[in-house]
Design a protein around this ligand. Sequence first.
Ligand code: FES
Ligand SMILES: [Fe+2]
Length: 339
Amino acid sequence: MIPNQWYAVLESKQVKKGQLIGVVRLGEKLVFWRIQNGDVHCTLDKCIHRGAQLSKGKVINHRLECPFHGFQYDKTGEVKVIPARGKNAIVEHYFKQRAYITREMGGLIFIYWGKWPEDEGKLPAVPMFEELLNKDFKYYTKIDHWNVHYSLVIENQLDVVHLPFVHSRTIGRGYRTLVHGPGIRECQGDDGLIEIQVQPFNVKDDGITIPLKYSEIPDNLKTYLYFRFPNIWMNRISNSTIIFIAFSPIDEENTLLYLRFYLKSSIPLLGAIIGRVGARGNLLIAGQDKRVVITQHPLKSVYKMQGQKLIQGDRPIVEYRRIRQKLIENYLEKRNEVK
Ligand code: FES
Ligand SMILES: [Fe+2]
C-alpha cells in the first residue's frame, strides 16, 4: 500500500449518524465515526491510554469517547477531555492518536492515507469519476471479499486477454481470443489524478490476422475501461450504464470489492429491477475472475516481476505496475527529503 493517496475504503451508508464502525483497512485497525452534521472522521482503533478498542465506544457531539475511561478524541486524533482530571482540564498535545483526513464523494468514504497535512488545501483531488456524481444515476451495490492484495484485483480488471477464457459464457462470449493492441491512454492531471484508459479490441482468430500494435489501434475505438489510482475502476458500457468497482485494501492478502451497477432510467421501478439484476450479474462475473486470480502467485503486483513472461496484450498491466512503482519511488524520495 502506497502512502499519501486517497483510498476509497467504505460505502457512506456503512457509517450512520452518531455511530461508529471498526474495520481493518490498509493493514490497520481503524474506527470511523459520523457526527451529527454528517462529517465522518477516522482514527486508529486503539485508545492511547490503555489500548481499549475505540470502536466499542460512542460518539459524543463531535468527539469519539473511549469505552474504558472516557477519553474524548477529536477528528485530528487529539484527546480533548480526560474525565478523571476534570472536564475542563487542559490536555497535553502528546495525548494523540493517529488520524486520517476523510472525504465523502459519490456515496463512498475516502481516506488520505498519510500524515495529517499542514495545509489541507494542498492535498491532491479525491479520485472519484465525475460522471458518477450525476444525480440521474442510481447505483446498486454488492460487496465481495477476495483473498489477494488489491493490486492483483486491479490487474485483473485491466486484463483484456482473459475475457474469452474466464468469461467464456458471459462477457467474453464469442471466442474472441486474438487481442489487438489494446489501445491505451494515460492521463495525469495537475490535481494529482492519474488515470489509465483502455480500449479493448479482441476479435476471433481466423488464423491469418496478425494482432495490431498499440499505435495501429484506430483513434475512434470506444474506450470503456477506466482506472484511477489508487483504487477505483469503471467500465462505461453506455451513457446510461456503468459498472464501477472500488478495491478497498484490507491488508496485504485481502481486498473488499464494492461492485456497483450504475443506471440512468426514466422508469424508476423498471430501473430498480434492472439495477438489482445488474448488480447480481456483476457479482457473478467477479466470481469467475476470483476463482482464477486467487490462484496466482505471488498474490501481489510487483514491478518487473520475476518469473512472468508478459505479452503485448498485457500492456495495461505493465503500465499499472510502472506507475505504481513510480508512486512508491516518489513517496520514498519525499520521505528521505523530510528526514
Ligand atoms: S483505555 Fe481508553 S480511556 Fe482508558
Ligand atoms: Fe474478468
